[in-house]
Design a protein around this ligand. Sequence first.
Ligand SMILES: C[S@@+](CC[C@H](N)C(=O)[O-])C[C@H]1O[C@@H](n2cnc3c(N)ncnc32)[C@H](O)[C@@H]1O
Length: 275
Amino acid sequence: MTTLSPEQIHEEVKARYGRLASEFKVDVAAANTQAAANTQAGTCCGDTVSDGFCGTEFYDVDVSSLPADVTGLSLGCGDPIAIAELQPGQTVVDLGSGGGIDCFLAAQRVGETGHVIGIDMTEVMLEKANRNKEKVGAANVEFRYGHIENLPIDDNTADVIISNCVINLSPDKTAVFREAFRVLKPGGKVAVSDMVTQGQFTPKERADMSLWAGCITGAEDVADYVAWMQAAGFHHISIRDKANPDVELAGLPKDMGPARIFSARITAVKLSGEL
Ligand SMILES: C[S@@+](CC[C@H](N)C(=O)[O-])C[C@H]1O[C@@H](n2cnc3c(N)ncnc32)[C@H](O)[C@@H]1O
């Protein structure tokens, strides 16, 4: 862990994504070139404004129906929609919705009888997301200001919780999973893309807020991730390396060596009958 307070981490992260959102301009060619470089580097979320955008290189699902204002402001490290198995009529919550890309993809799948709620703590990002909502015409999407550690959502609301490269940024992952469990309906599912590690970052690496806010040194070992999810009440937890999805990593012991960081696909369920 780092010596910075949770509030300081939130402020650092918010500053980064506020700046990225404010300075974002649609330049598809440049974004695609930079996206390829970022993807090759294995992570996203940006180290500077100029290299911050991932485009849609991480997506397995088709994103071509969305405008460049949306796809160009994609800052994720995976594709939660590909593992969410969304159905018409479902309610979906997106933790750290950014410019809204996964909300709009979810909205297409849950249809007009479904509902998508994107949560973000960065006001400028919410403004962009709401402008994108108008552009896309996604009447079944709403964006709410809030922290993923204290969700502005009632208990037992969501059928599915998605998130793309956000939980690693949180200073309190225990609270994130506790809140995710609370707002999920019994029988609901978590389908998350996030950066995780096998191994540990050093305290010096953790204290580097540029690395933390760039979705690197806030990432935690798979075993810790599983322990926090279990403590929140989740079952059937699965964590797989997006680049090597056949191998189940949940259940491996904590790795005390140097960190190997990778984009992971994370799924779990809140069993029926659990409140
Ligand atoms: C790396 S970007 C990912 C955005 C989006 N999920 C995507 O794939 O494009 C992280 C987003 O999460 C938001 N965020 C980070 N930490 C948060 C927290 N603790 N609570 C709410 N939002 C948070 C940031 O404001 C930013 O918009």
